[in-house]
Write a protein that binds this ligand. Structure first.
Ligand code: PLP
Length: 486
């Protein structure tokens, strides 16, 4: 039998590929530079949708054709979070340097389970920097993850490990003697239910504690619920507090919850998805005071540090508990103190993933390039912009602020006099869609105490004050037009 010639995925003509690669970088940088003149979002036209329903390519058309399709079919039709007037949900913009670092990381392509290699030392250093920024001891353990959800779920898993009272990894929760109960405010992000379900704890073992008018957990009710559950013979194991809730940016009373956890012997986990990053700013630090006493904390650098997706982090104060939760040995990963496997697979021993990408590189390079102070100033800038938007809303008789603005999230509605609550809800529901479809800006929405709110979560390093003026004007314009039609 004749052996076919050997093939590879490297280019056959490196010079040609090099010029295409340079073109890709140039095009994307030009696109980023000119974002402001593009619509914040645009619907996908039918022909584009149809073109994307392509049959599986059995043979290739080459990188230039594939790139052309990317430019025509994909690039213009994303959810818009790169744009200066995108404030929907809580989504960062990405950064040019972060993009290039991701390219370098993909080119380098190290396997980040562990191993004796410089990229691992980079991730360890980044984790130490982050621990320092959060006021954690540098002995704390941590791992970078792909999402805040995963970072939080890992934290909850360590809490379960520490608080179960038996070897939960070995025995599991089947035939469990005592019900394990966790506590979080009713404003906690949806990850917590997913986490409770995934860890076999069950969503019914999550106590959702009511909040005060400022959307902060009612600590007195928390105390009572813990006592009630203990009387039932159940086993409280963790309180999950918020630094920056997804709805309104509220931060729970972290020092009070920390003290309660200490006296009750409960694991104190903080979901600081974006709010934790307020700690970078000396001005804002008092808002999240107490975060430094958490047993574990999760936060997202792809939100309020603006890095390209995805990069989040969980920090665990006590390294042995972190490792104890996830370090399950396999023969093909045997320990060694020499060779490539020296140091073992330390990162896969701190989470679920074995194969991991080098997401630490964009954090490391960006912190070195910009310094922490720059990020602190940007975070402060977003908070000032939120306050500015709130002021503009309060100065407009037909706009109404619907929640306090403690951080970077603003909830409001178009509320001309004389309309019922139902009519206002319907009007604002339509209004948000019209603003999005116009391409002017992307706010999102939520429901606060039964009221439909237009919601802006500002984690955007490209926004300027004038962008918020444009939003206010668009809301008044579309609102006025719709009201005319009612
Ligand atoms: C975004 C967010 C999460 C989830 O993080 P992902 O990175 O989207 O998985 C959790 N909690 C809060 C408060 C959030 O804002």
């Amino acid at each position: 039998m004749q052996t076919p010639p050997e093939i590879t995925l490297d280019p056959s003509d490196w010079d040609d590929f090099r010029s295409l690669a340079h073109q890709m970088v140039d095009d994307m940088l030009s696109h980023m530079k000119d974002l402001r003149s593009e619509p914040a979002w645009q619907p996908i036209p039918r022909p584009v949708r149809e073109a994307l329903e392509e049959e599986l390519p059995r043979s290739g058309s080459g990188p230039r054709a594939a790139y052309r399709d990317f430019q025509e079919l994909v690039l213009p039709y994303t959810n818009g979070n790169r744009h200066p007037r995108f404030w929907g949900w809580v989504q960062g913009n990405g950064t040019p340097l972060g993009m290039m670092a991701d390219m370098l990381a993909a080119g380098l392509n190290p396997h980040m389970a562990g191993f004796d290699q410089a990229p691992v030392l980079v991730e360890e250093r980044v984790l130490q920097w982050l621990a320092e920024l959060m006021g954690f001891p540098t002995s704390a353990s941590g791992v970078l993850t792909g999402s805040g959800t995963m970072a939080n779920v890992l934290g909850l898993a360590v809490a379960r490990h520490a608080g179960a009272g038996f070897d939960v990894e070995e025995e599991g929760l089947q035939g469990q003697r005592q019900r394990l109960v966790a506590y979080a405010s009713s404003e906690t992000h949806g990850w917590v239910k997913k986490g409770m379900a995934l860890l076999g704890l069950g969503t019914s073992s999550l106590r959702q504690i009511p909040v005060t008018d400022a959307y902060r957990m009612d600590v007195e009710i928390l105390r009572q619920e813990i006592a009630t559950d203990r009387r039932r013979g159940w086993r409280p194991f963790s309180v999950i507090a918020n630094a920056g809730t997804v709805n309104t940016g509220a931060t729970d009373d972290l020092p009070a919850i920390a003290a309660l956890c200490k006296s009750e012997g409960l694991w104190f986990h903080v979901d600081g998805a974006f709010g934790a990053l307020a700690r970078l700013s000396e001005q804002l630090r008092p808002i999240v005071e107490g975060i430094e006493s958490a047993d574990s904390i999760a936060f997202d650098m792809h939100k309020w540090m603006y890095f390209p997706f995805d990069v989040a982090c969980v920090l665990v104060r006590e390294p042995s508990l972190h490792r104890g939760t996830f370090a399950l040995r396999a023969d093909y990963l045997g320990e060694s103190d020499r060779g490539v496997l020296a140091g073992g697979v330390r990162f896969s021993d701190r989470g679920v993933d074995l194969t991991r990408c080098f997401r630490a590189l964009k954090v490391w390079m960006s912190l070195k390039a910009e310094g922490v102070a720059k990020f602190a100033s940007l975070i402060e800038q977003n908070v000032h912009q939120a306050r500015y938007l709130a002021e503009r809303i309060e100065a407009e008789p037909n706009l109404q602020l619907l929640a306090p603005v403690p951080l970077n999230v603003v909830n409001f509605r178009y509320a001309p006099p004389g309309l019922s609550e139902e009519a206002l809800n319907a009007l604002n529901r339509e209004l948000v869609l019209q603003v999005q479809e116009s391409g002017v800006a992307v706010p999102s929405s939520t429901i606060l105490k039964g009221r439909f709110a237009i919601r802006c979560a500002i984690v955007n390093h490209r926004s300027r004050r004038e962008d918020f003026d444009e939003l206010v004007e668009a809301v008044l314009r579309f609102g006025g037009r719709m009201r005319g039609g009612i």
